[in-house]
Write a protein that binds this ligand. Sequence first.
Ligand code: C5P
Length: 432
Amino acid sequence: MNIVLGVGGGIAAYKSALLLRLFTEAGHSVTVIPTQASTKFVGVATWEALSGRPVTNDVFDAVDQVNHVRIGHEADLIVVAPATADLLARAAGGHADDLLTTTLLMARGPVLFAPAMHTEMWQHASTQANVATLRSRGVNVLDPAVGRLTGPDTGPGRLPEPEAIFAAAMALLGSPAPEALDTAQTCEKATEQPESPAVKQGSLSGVRVLITAGGTREPLDPVRFLGNKSSGKQGVALAEAALAAGADVTFVHAHMEVAAPAGAKLQRVETALELRAATLAAAASADVVIMAAAVADFRPSNVSQGKIKKRDDTADPIINLIRNPDILLEVVAHRAAANRRQLIVGFAAETGDEQGDARSYAEAKLQRKGCDLLVLNEVGPGESGSERVFGQDSNKVQILSLDGANPVQASGSKRTVANAVVALIAERLGTT
Ligand code: C5P
């Protein structure tokens, strides 16, 4: 396949050299178009040596070949990594002031942006508006990874790892890269964990699947929030499995530690109330709803406009909480009210105690919520003493059915568990 790799002017440009290697080693032909600014970080010679092709970002080079038209037409996929705030703005604005932006306007194939910038720049209203504009046009914009940035700062803004961008790119080309997508799965083979077969291609063809993922954050003041340990990994794995099965996926996600899945319609939310609004709206036209998000059950009853001050002359603050609506319950109620045919899957992170084991708590939850399937994770410390589920790459679940069918067990990487959930959904819909 012909891939165009656009490189923006950020320090993360050096990581795109590794991304380029992943593409060429997988047999793709890559044309690199670095922006002028990016060549201050990585020079043209590096790109020419690694791609084995001439590299320019000047529309007036080789004018006889009308480069932007040829490259844009020939591209099966354009990947821009790192995508700076400036590059996102220029792409959203339809600018055509260098070879990369003119090529983006010429291209008719899929486009994937992997942003990287400081947290403030990423969260700035202008950048978010540009990202929303691009996404509304069907452009795939990954969420940046969370972690250490160039200076002393930490937060969302890191370029996703080259392997993650590669996997997202391959998914857009319709040829998933199993090893890159799921390195955890490869490791598990060595320890002989049971594997669930890959999803059957086309088993959810044309099925509209809504997936919620990540952990909501409930603000206390402009700086602080109440959050939870959800990494979003299981939700992303579910989306990738559903996409691989041919589904049309809408992915509503709160805070995650991983990049959102490429190929899904993405909607980013922050709080439980925002998640509720986005979920109820999207559920109205979904055939399947998978509620994998970790939704805060409570939110602070008061959100302070200013930062709550630490003072020696007054008592420390007491946080009062109010209950958030149960979105899953509402989705089930709306289905009944609209007499809609819809399969609803809930998740339950449970621990056992002296009154019952995790399974009995999950059975009770399934009855209470009224969803069709409930995926039970036993959370908390495992035998080694470390956390079993949150933030981990693997998972062990039982999928319980409201109709009393025998629970389905699945364990292995989160993608393996996702494959089992998707296979059961296809079986229930009769689309296998
Ligand atoms: O009640 P509990 O939080 O254990 O239920 C978990 C399931 O319910 C998950 O599917 C979660 O996404 C969903 N949920 C919800 N709204 C809430 C709390 C949980 O939809 N307020």
